[in-house]
Write a protein that binds this ligand. Structure first.
Ligand code: PEP
Length: 253
């Protein structure tokens, strides 16, 4: 059975004290919550709070992820954080190719591919984002766009390497807009992504790959999104900044 994953992307939010409060709230809430045994929570805070977040992690259902990584190994890259550094902090996951990084920091599919390689080399699991912008959806180009992102970002991997990948489908028009994809739109794209993986790596790898939905997911819509056969959880932005909402989504399976 594929893992159910709910990953919180805090983006550039929270001061140190606020981050600590949120982690405390999440832990307190978890104490009185029964999560499905197959559910994995991942919290992706800003870099300066990775270690503090790791202190809360129990290495089982609550794990820690970074939001970004350098595509280079080591050296004179001011401001960058390498996969080796994340490995040395025992960070388990890292988001790659988020639409905000693609749009504001010119992260191309080629850069995504190099970041994925760095993460795999250092034993981290990449959470690789893909998704179309509104104009592409309106022009019915969403499948073409996502196919290109997946092919150029991931299909250089061996089947063993691909086994470490988590895919997150995030229609850009749904991110932070309050406009969620319908369960049918999500299922249609997730099934398409799985079929691409099956074509390249075979059914077994495709069936084992967790594909998350992201885009204005909240406790009120998580259940109907997660009920779909190919939706294995969510990458959560805004709603991951409130313990009640984050845990509310995690209990929606
Ligand atoms: C995201 O940025 O990954 C995201 C899903 O954001 P939100 O939940 O706020 O739409």
């Amino acid at each position: 059975m594929r893992k159910h994953i709910v990953a919180g992307n805090w983006k550039m939010n929270k001061t140190f004290g606020e981050a600590d409060d949120l982690l405390n709230d999440i832990m307190t809430k978890l104490e009185s919550t029964t999560l499905d045994a197959n559910t994995q929570l991942i919290v992706c805070p800003p870099f300066p709070y990775l270690e503090m977040t790791s202190d809360y992690s129990d290495d089982s259902y609550f794990m820690v992820g970074a939001q970004n990584v350098s595509d280079q190994e080591v050296g004179a890259y001011t401001g960058e954080v390498s996969a080796a550094m994340l490995e040395s902090l025992e960070i388990d996951y890292c988001i790659v190719g988020h639409s905000e990084r693609r749009a504001y920091y010119h992260e191309t599919n080629e850069i995504v591919a190099r970041k994925v390689d760095q993460l795999l080399k250092h034993g981290l699991k990449p959470i690789v984002c893909c998704g179309e912008v509104l104009e592409e959806r309106e022009a019915n180009k969403q499948f073409e766009v996502v196919k290109q992102q997946i092919t150029e970002g991931l299909f250089h991997l061996t089947p063993e390497q691909f086994g470490e990948i988590i895919v997150a489908y995030e229609p850009v028009w749904a991110i932070g807009t309050g406009k969620t994809a319908t369960p049918e739109q999500a299922q249609e794209m997730h099934a398409f992504i799985r079929s691409l993986i099956a074509e390249k790596y075979g059914n077994e790898v495709a069936e084992e790959t967790s594909i998350l939905y992201g885009g204005s997911c909240k406790p009120s819509n998580a259940k109907e999104l997660f009920a779909n056969k190919d939706v294995d959880g969510g990458l959560i932005g805004g709603a991951s900044l409130k313990a009640d909402d984050f845990i509310g989504i995690a209990t929606a399976f």
